[in-house]
Design a protein around this ligand. Structure first.
Ligand code: SAM
Ligand code: DTB
Ligand code: SF4
Length: 316
């Protein structure tokens, strides 16, 4: 069912505590509120990307000092996945700094990585840029759980952030991913100069996808020196809470993931986000190229909040 921007905005703008209270109720009706999934991230191909996304340290258009690394070897990726599993991650997401994957040996290697991670009994997700229908089908056949492809912001604000591709191209890839029978992981970034209406517009677009995304990552912009958005004003943490709560109300069955930017969020803000329906985090020392709180801090946080790890694989 299509969700209108006005409807999403009317939820997003409710008095904060009413909003969180309702979202918590929806969350508890659809999920075990004590469970938080740990999802590990690995950059399998880093930097030198031809796109000009204003937030991204991996774009070749900016002066950010992100390293450039060619596509990793499969055994190294599988070692990282095993370590993540041993540390409690049940989902492994691999990211590549590509506009789109080229068919040939590199794409075949990614398929091999997907088969390997799936073989470890983990949920497996990749984010490789735009896909053809055939590539989506081959990823599905290799055992991929979900494809991450973020819309990042509203259609209206997108052109201020990225010029080398369009919102329509992003939506077309999402359609091909769904047609291949893959789950969609699709979310956005807060703190890129967008308005509340932009956030409502993004949430309405996500909630109108059919089926709704299996997971929605909510990123707070990591302001990396050298990127055009390095000087953006930091987002008010309570706006992140509002966004999480609205996502939960509009998409009751979706996993809402607190993604990039948690280093700039207090434990108390994260606690409010979990109350408002977030039930997954990126876990580990690094995101793709930037730091993340790390397992020691996250173990401590989850234990202070009395939260448990969802789908925890048996530890060796
Ligand atoms: N190149 C592929 C693409 O753009 O679809 C996949 C990798 S790209 C790095 C994956 C996502 O990382 C982006 O869509 C964006 O949401 C997120 N991201 C990149 N840089 C970020 C930053 N500085 N802060 C927060 N999120 C960021
Ligand atoms: C998502 O929404 N956030 C992750 C994951 N999906 C691929 C990426 C965050 C990247 C943050 C910047 C960096 O570490 O390079
Ligand atoms: Fe490239 Fe993805 Fe970064 Fe954009 S977000 S510059 S497509 S790696």
């Amino acid at each position: 069912m299509p969700v209108s921007v006005e409807h999403a905005l009317s939820i997003l703008e409710r008095p904060l505590l009413d909003l969180v209270y309702e979202a918590a109720g929806v969350h508890r009706a659809h999920h075990d509120p004590r469970e938080v999934q740990r999802c590990a991230l690995l950059s399998i191909k880093t930097g030198g990307c031809s796109e000009d996304c204003g937030y991204c340290p991996q774009s070749a258009h900016h002066d950010a000092t992100s390293p450039r690394e060619p596509l990793m070897r499969t055994p190294d990726v599988l070692d990282a996945a095993r370590k993540a599993k041993d540390a409690g991650a049940s989902r492994f997401c691999m990211g590549a700094a590509w506009r789109e994957p080229k068919d040939g040996p590199e794409f075949d290697r990614v398929l091999e990585m997907v088969r390997g991670v799936a073989g470890l009994g983990m949920e497996v997700c990749v984010t490789l840029g735009m896909l053809t229908a055939e590539q989506a089908r081959r990823l599905k056949d290799a055992g991929l759980t979900a494809y991450n492809h973020n819309l990042d912001t509203s259609a209206e604000h997108y052109g201020a952030i990225v010029s080398t591709r369009t919102y329509a191209e992003r939506l077309a890839t999402l359609g091909r991913v769904q047609d291949a029978g893959l789950s969609v992981c699709c979310g956005g970034i807060l703190g890129m100069g967008e308005t509340r209406r932009d956030r409502a517009s993004l949430l309405a677009t996500l909630a109108s996808l059919e089926p709704q995304p299996e997971s929605v990552p909510v990123n707070a912009l990591v302001r990396v020196p050298g990127t055009p958005l390095a000087g953006a004003a930091p987002v008010d943490p309570l706006e992140i809470v509002r966004t999480v709560a609205t996502a939960r109300i509009l998409m009751p069955a979706t996993r809402v993931r607190l993604a990039a930017g948690r280093l700039s969020l207090s434990d108390e803000t994260q606690a409010l986000c979990f109350l408002a329906g977030a039930n997954s985090i990126f876990f580990g020392e690094r995101l793709l190229t930037t730091p993340n709180p790390g397992p020691v801090a996250d173990d401590a946080l989850l234990s202070r909040l009395g939260l448990e790890t969802a789908g925890e694989p048996a530890r060796a």
